[in-house]
Design a protein around this ligand. Structure first.
Ligand code: ATP
Ligand code: MN
Length: 483
């Protein structure tokens, strides 16, 4: 028998093959024994449910059973029988057990009890073996798969935009430098500046903050495209919603205006949520129960009104609210926390940038629904957003989600060369080195639009995890790049 001729626990639970002899492989979650029999709860990651193995000490030696401690990896051959106990329909009567990898019970960091998320972050190499992180990463996978499914079904093409770029798409983004120069002793120009002409790319380079600009080039040929890749921001924001390395999905579409863009974004977000509800119910049910436990330790007025699954269904069943920035400012000005000076940043006048406290007020207190905010003042948005007729606002769109705040940022793009050039000059964006971007406006320009969905924020929303560090396998944050 080839080594990997094993049956996944998920398959056994799906098919319930009573009477079959088969082999499972996985890790011990718990073991308990009485003098007649040993029960081993096995998990192989294929599904949240553990599978019960029953070992008869007359068949399996005491020496082997001793090594079947929490965390050990086992290969077990046995017969599937109807379960004696409640809680599962079948179990495996062990015929033989091979210990593939021992886990010293004195040293194994995960015990069969609840660990804090903070503690688990310090053992990111093992935290995936917990129920919570198994569920999170299965849901994350399903959502990533659904992203491709959604766009493929709609005829969008997946474009791999570069990770190393020489442009900083947002103009003001905090970038990570990419260089092979000797940083202790870099070559200098005559003026004494670092001579990047001698660097690998013969110019300054950095990790990308967004694939949008390159995505626009592709949309100007293939009509509808999307990117789904890692992006990097060296912003020093230690929040529960920011990572230094995160994944972003950026569709970009020719022949779309701002309304088409918002329609697509709403449909896409709902598709992802529906996909998770259709394919990850057991994991979501677990995550919901874990949230309920967590809520019990909170004061009553801070507990959420809806369970996780109801919250997801609620978002699916309701239309997102669509309002302009100007309308939002009016609501915020009149709001209680503004009147009573409870906001850290008070909203005094039109033009103010919205902070996450304002976004969350709109979504969680005022509308209690996802909100699509449009038509922001041009001065707080990027140069590439299309100017509206009023000369003051741009066709921007941010989508705000309960518990998350901004989940999507997008816009209709400025396709008019003269308006774009003027804006770039006003905002000190070097037009010469952006010649390749401007060429799309020079040759065959058309109205087009796009947006960026922060993938981890979406996973946060669907799994209900409070901290963005807990929805990515190996979080990168300021001061943190272990593993
Ligand atoms: P924020 O205001 O929340 O910092 P942003 O306006 O800088 O976000 P955009 O440049 O519009 O973000 O990026 C598009 C999307 O990428 C955001 O809507 C968000 O979902 C996600 N995103 C942005 N920055 C981060 C980050 N540091 N970590 C994780 N996701 C992020
Ligand atoms: Mn944004």
């Amino acid at each position: 028998m080839a080594f990997n001729k094993r049956v996944k626990i998920k398959t056994i639970l799906d098919q319930n093959p009573i009477g079959s002899e088969l082999t499972i492989m996985g890790w011990v979650r718990t073991k308990r024994s009485n003098k007649n029999v040993t029960f081993i709860a096995m998990n192989d990651g294929s599904i949240i449910t553990n599978y019960q193995v029953v070992a008869d000490p007359n068949l399996i030696s005491e020496e082997i059973l001793k090594k079947c401690s929490t965390g050990a990896c086992l290969k077990i051959t046995g017969t599937v029988v109807e379960s004696q106990g409640s809680g599962q329909s079948s179990e495996l009567n062990a015929i033989s057990i091979e210990v593939l990898g021992e886990a010293d019970p004195e040293k194994y960091p995960l015990q069969p009890k609840k660990h804090s998320l903070e503690f688990l972050r310090e053992i990111a190499h093992l935290r995936m073996r917990t129920n919570t992180f198994g569920a999170v990463f299965r849901v994350r996978h399903a959502l990533a798969f659904a992203v491709h499914q959604y766009f493929n079904d709609k005829g969008f093409f997946y474009i791999h935009t570069p990770i190393i770029t020489a442009s900083d798409a947002e103009g003001a983004g905090e970038t990570f430098k990419v260089t092979t120069l000797d940083i202790a002793n870099p070559p200098k120009t005559e003026e004494g500046a670092v001579d990047f002409k001698q660097d690998f790319f013969e110019r300054e380079a950095n990790l990308t903050v967004s694939g949008q600009l390159e995505g626009e080039l592709a949309a100007m040929a293939l009509s509808e495209i999307y990117t789904f890749g890692p992006t990097f921001r060296a912003e020093n924001s230690n929040t529960t919603r920011h990572l230094a390395e995160f994944w972003m999905i950026e569709p970009e579409m020719a022949f779309y205006d701002a309304e088409d863009n918002a329609d697509l974004a709403e449909d896409f977000l709902k598709y992802l949520i529906r996909y998770a509800l259709d394919h990850c119910m057991d994991d979501l049910a677990f995550l919901e129960s874990r949230l309920l436990d967590e809520e019990k330790s909170k004061p009553a007025d801070q507990r959420s009104e809806m369970g996780l699954i109801d919250k997801l269904k609620f978002v699916l069943e309701n239309e997102f609210v669509r309002i302009t920035y100007t309308e939002a400012i009016e609501i915020l000005k009149r709001s209680k926390p503004n009147q009573k000076k409870k906001f850290q940043y008070l909203i005094e006048e039109w033009g103010a940038d919205l902070q996450s406290e304002h976004e969350r007020y709109l979504v969680e207190k005022h509308f209690k629904k996802p909100v699509i905010l449009t038509d922001y003042p041009k001065d707080i948005k990027s140069f590439y957003m299309r100017q509206n007729e009023d000369g003051k606002t741009v066709a921007a769109m941010d989508i705000l989600f309960p518990g998350i705040g901004e989940i999507v940022g997008g816009s209709q793009r400025e396709e008019r060369m003269d308006v774009l050039l003027q804006r770039m000059e006003e905002m000190n964006i070097p037009t010469e080195e952006m010649w390749w971007f401007l060429d799309t406006r020079r040759f065959g320009a058309t109205p087009h639009a796009g947006f960026g969905l922060g993938f981890e924020r979406m996973v946060q929303f669907v799994t209900g995890m409070g901290n963005i560090r807990d929805v990515i396998a190996f979080p990168r944050t300021p001061g943190n790049a272990e593993f």
